[in-house]
Design a protein around this ligand. Structure first.
Ligand code: NBP
Length: 487
């Protein structure tokens, strides 16, 4: 129990919305010795939770929001875990009407950060605190220790932080929860976390696809490869569960489960939000973007039904025809996966930096690298390296410039290029492997074709251009005598 949760008979924290996430979070709080107030719009979920787990801790169930608010110690702390969007607004308004100055409303759902900015403005005008907290880790994390990314005021974190830190995952003695920054900062970084998750899952998918359809390996064999990879640089939750999924056999058909799952990926929207925000900020999150598009394309089932087997491939080859050694190829794929993953994370952190600057949130990237090491879906050993990189140089222009990552990439480079070329020759899609390599080559290029684009823009729209040899803006009079004037 935390210092600020004395035994008053009142609840230390309350949870509104007792579907899977809310009930697991409530049980997590109770398991750490906190008294937890409970409320759900319809009483049934509250009754089920009390029936199944009421004896596991101290719960105070309520049938009305007023009763719920009255059961909380002050400053009242209520976490909303209901459907994002209008349902969240409805609950916020009910809570705000019943609460008093200094109380804290926390939205633990997957809210769009711009909604959180708006809600914080509206709620703080009433003298209450509003905390948009990103919570990652799914059902299991909510119950046993998620990664938590709370925004809002520093003052609200003083009261709320110890409670949240008591239920979060812990890595090397450090809770996977810290104050991220004002208003929408917490939900913004949670959104980018999910965007990175999309890219990470896609690069793992591309690696699997190559081992399966270029190297001709069976799912069980590939499961072993991922298991082995999980002992090295790629050690992560996503690689671990990939091995589990690939080794699963379908009870009904006896086939590998992967072969009976329809290859159309779903999405709930946070990846798309990450890309939209990146577009607005002007940040090239190509890995996340390609991952979102890859899911969209996989789900375009009518279009695919018309195109599968119906579009020319040109001459495609095989590993054998290219004389490629299979063992070397598997290692090349591992390295291409690692390099593409590095690029995706570097891009995600670029977006967080840009978002933080735009909104004056002062987000510390080291905090994210620290709290994402446990509880959340992208938890990975590799995040320690990202933290080290920002410790060495908090202002580093790109994570790829960090000496450790630079050296790593140097060792991955040849394999990465080989895999992209081979996959192209084999006619296998690798959108994130390939776009990440192009992004990398763009970053290191001395000259980009943007000079030509500026010339074209000036030609058709008199948009002007800058010169390499002197300051100022210039325009060539294309439709007249083509002399240049200073704009
Ligand atoms: P759902 O997103 O399925 O929402 C169901 C809950 O919302 C129920 O308690 C329901 O009450 C309540 N609710 C609705 Br719907 N409309 C309401 C309204 N107008 N007023 C009051 N309550 C209303 O639950 P979940 O899957 O547990 O997720 C909760 C939040 O956590 C979501 O924002 C989600 O995006 C986020 N999240 C989920 C995961 C995950 O892995 N599932 C992970 C991270 C974050 P009722 O019982 O009366 O219908």
């Amino acid at each position: 129990m935390t210092e600020n949760t004395a035994n008053t008979g009142l609840a230390h924290i309350g949870v509104v919305g007792l579907a899977v996430m809310g009930s697991n979070l409530a049980r997590n709080f109770a398991s750490r010795g906190h008294t937890v107030a409970l409320y759900n719009r319809t009483y049934e979920k509250t009754a089920v939770l009390m029936h199944e787990h009421g004896a596991d801790g101290n719960f105070i169930p309520s049938k009305s929001i007023e009763e719920f608010v009255a059961s909380l110690e002050r400053p009242r702390r209520a976490i909303i875990m209901v459907q994002a969007g209008p349902a969240t607004d409805a609950v916020i308004n009910q809570l705000a009407a019943a609460m008093e100055e200094g109380d804290i409303i926390i939205d633990g759902g997957n809210a769009l950060y711009t909604d959180t900015v708006r809600r914080e403005r509206e709620i703080s005008a009433k003298g209450l605190h509003f905390v948009g907290a990103g919570i990652s880790g799914g059902e299991e994390g909510a119950l046993n220790g998620p990664a938590i990314m709370p925004g809002g005021t520093k003052e609200s974190y003083e009261s709320l932080g110890p409670l949240l830190e008591s239920i979060s995952a812990v890595v090397d003695g450090t809770p996977c929860c810290t104050h991220i920054g004002p208003d929408g900062a917490g939900h913004f970084v949670k959104m980018v976390h999910n965007g990175i998750e999309y890219a990470d899952m896609q690069v793992i998918g591309e690696a699997y696809h190559l081992l399966r359809y270029a190297a001709g390996m069976e799912p069980a064999e590939i499961a072993d490869v991922f298991k082995e990879w999980n002992t090295g640089d790629l050690d992560s939750y996503l690689v671990e569960i990939t091995s589990e999924v690939l080794s699963q056999v379908d009870a009904e058909t006896g086939k590998p489960l992967i072969d009976v799952i329809v290859d159309a990926a779903g999405q709930k929207g946070t990846g798309r939000w990450t890309v939209k925000a990146a577009l607005d900020l002007g940040i090239a999150t190509t890995g996340i973007g390609e991952a979102v598009f890859a899911r969209a394309l996989s789900g375009a089932r009518t279009q695919r039904a018309a195109t599968i087997g119906n579009l020319p491939s040109g001459e495609v080859t095989t590993l054998e025809a290219q004389g490629v050694d299979k063992t070397q190829f598997v290692e090349d794929v591992r390295r291409a996966l690692y390099a593409s993953k590095l690029v995706a994370y570097a891009q995600g952190f670029d977006e967080i930096k840009a978002g933080s600057e735009e909104h004056e949130w002062d987000v510390d990237p080291r905090d994210l690298a620290t709290i994402w090491r446990g509880g959340c879906i992208i938890r990975a050993k590799f995040l320690n390296r990202i933290k080290d990189a920002y410790d060495t140089n908090p202002e580093v222009e790109s994570l790829l410039l960090d000496p450790y990552f630079k050296e790593e990439i140097e060792g991955l480079m040849d394999s990465w290029r080989r895999v992209v070329v081979l996959a192209t020759q084999l006619g296998l899609p690798i959108p994130v492997f390939a776009s990440s390599l192009s992004y990398y080559d763009s970053l290191r290029a001395e000259r980009l074709p943007a000079a030509l684009i500026q010339g074209q823009r000036d030609f058709f729209g008199a948009h002007t251009y800058e010169r390499t040899d002197k300051p100022g803006k210039f325009h060539t009079q294309w439709s007249a005598d083509r002399t240049e004037i200073e704009a």
